[in-house]
Design a protein around this ligand. Sequence first.
Ligand code: GLN
Length: 319
Amino acid sequence: FIIPDFKSFTKHIEEFYYICEPNSAGKVADYIPQLARTDPKSWGVSVCTVDGQRYSIGKTNTPFTIQSCSKPLTYGIALEELTETEVHKYVGQEPSGRNFNELILDQNKKPHNPMINAGAIVVCSLLKTLVKPEMTPSEKFDFIMNYFKRLAGGEHIGFNNAIFLSEKVSADRNYALGFFMREHKCYPENTNMKEVMDFYFQCCSMEATCESSAVIAATLANGGVCPITEEKVLRSESVRDVLALMHSCGMYDYSGQFAFKVGLPAKSGVSGSMLIVVPNTMGIALWSPPLDPLGNSCRGVQFCEELVKTFNFHKYDNL
Ligand code: GLN
């Protein structure tokens, strides 16, 4: 086993869970009513190692929408289907130093990276327009959902239609980004922007649980091979790129501090979920809806700090 004494490891995870539980900081996202209604006390932690050992504590079977945690996945699928060179003709690799939904492009008039809204919308345009362009919107939805399911080893991946419909009607900023990028010719030729926006909202509205998210994170930790099914879902080159950008850009405008303090690739989403990857070791999924002002889960960030206080998972711990 990759973690020989799994029992004592999970004792620590349990301890971190209880350390973070009373943390009442942060605010649940309220830009749509469906998210505003989430119980701020919801708190779950799931672990899945690269050799398939599992541990969960708290609300780990309650579905939430994956929101921005879809960004590393759609980026990984685009790399897989199109190659790195093709994808990075359209999107950069640089932290933006700004909020996740800021109306801003880099000096080359490309979105800074695929982990913020602008970059993820462009990645969605690549998946729509360059990958299997003959597919109808419904076929493309199935294609992506099927990829997500394979990354999750067949565990719960759903779709929340109420959130999708709400996202669509409270998305002035995302539409602004969409038009701004169309003005700057950020999309491949023949892109139907309206369909791309719908596709982006669909990706954000996919549902997962802590348990299924931990399998996704473990598939990334395992170089693209799902530890549950042993299926190779992504090439290790694609996963390397995904992890590199999760490391530098995955926590919005906290990414630099997170890389400094925690030193692990991670991605957060507005529903309060987080994917954390300990390469070659395990995936961890966290869910706690209250967010800090930068948009990261308060308990989630605290948990990661606790984790690296005890374990030498920080990339530069073993020097
Ligand atoms: N649906 C959200 C948006 O596009 C997702 C962003 C996030 O999770 N931060 O604004």
